[in-house]
Ligand binder design. Structure first.
Ligand code: SAM
Length: 227
């Protein structure tokens, strides 16, 4: 079973999202473990639980201090008895892809560090981080949304989380193509009919049609994927 530890200043934000729907149910069934840790709980400042300070060298904004993050990490190592693979969610990281999600699901224990403000003191990143991952070339206020995107994309690929592997095997980005169009009841809606081949019951023809549609829409919507 895969375990995710999320180090954040906003654990409730992560819990609210990762407690719902498919991921929430998978957690309840014990198919994956997700623990959200409040970095403030590890502040050496017992009164104000301070975790940030102004940047050396000047400049606007605040920087997250290394010690609370380091203590949070050490606590997770102590609790779990092993060193997790540490990912810092960062706009400077490599962009998350389906291929990366497939690689990450093979790692039994992931520690996700969410930055905030202007970012995190570089020294703790040097000390604990194995890789930086971005969810796109734009800047967010914090790493929480990135951590949730990462957990969702990895967790749904873990055994038992979706009803079967078929649910994701033919999806967009799994084989370099986008998925074919999907239809459900009714057969006719607003004068638009479901393609006849899907009603034919002829599995080989349906397969061929879906493959053609996949190639066609990839060429149209994301020609870069075909290269
Ligand atoms: N000053 C930093 C820079 O220019 O590289 C950006 C800091 S950003 C305002 C605050 C935090 O949000 C980061 O520490 C990171 O954890 C998170 N974050 C921002 N953009 C992200 C992205 N595209 N992907 C993942 N995390 C991101």
């Amino acid at each position: 079973m895969i375990r995710f530890d999320i180090a954040t200043l906003f654990p409730e934000m992560c819990e609210a999202v990762l407690g719902e729907s498919i991921i929430g149910r998978a957690r309840k069934k014990g198919l994956l473990e997700i623990r959200c840790h409040n970095i403030r709980d590890y502040s050496p400042d017992p009164k104000h639980h301070r975790v940030d300070d102004s940047p050396y060298g000047g400049g606007k904004g605040m920087v997250m201090q290394p010690e609370p993050i380091w203590q949070c990490y050490l606590d997770v190592v102590r609790q779990s008895g092993s060193k997790p693979h540490v990912i810092y969610l960062s706009p400077q990281g490599k962009t998350l892809t389906q291929q990366k999600a497939l690689e990450l699901r093979e790692i039994p224990h992931l520690f996700l560090l969410c930055g905030h403000y202007e970012g995190v003191d570089e020294r703790v990143l040097e000390k604990i981080v194995d890789e930086e991952i971005s969810i796109g070339d734009y800047v967010l206020t914090g790493g929480e949304l990135g951590a949730m995107v990462l957990v969702d994309s990895v967790a749904r690929l873990c055994p038992g989380v979706l009803p079967s592997e078929e649910c994701y095997e033919n999806e967009s980005h799994m084989n370099g193509l986008l998925e074919y169009p999907q239809y459900t009841r009714p057969e006719e809606w607003e004068g638009m009919r479901v393609p006849e081949v899907l009603l034919s019951g002829h599995h080989a023809n349906i397969e061929r049609w879906r493959m053609e549609q996949s190639v066609e829409r990839t060429m149209k919507k994301r020609p870069d994927l075909l290269k």
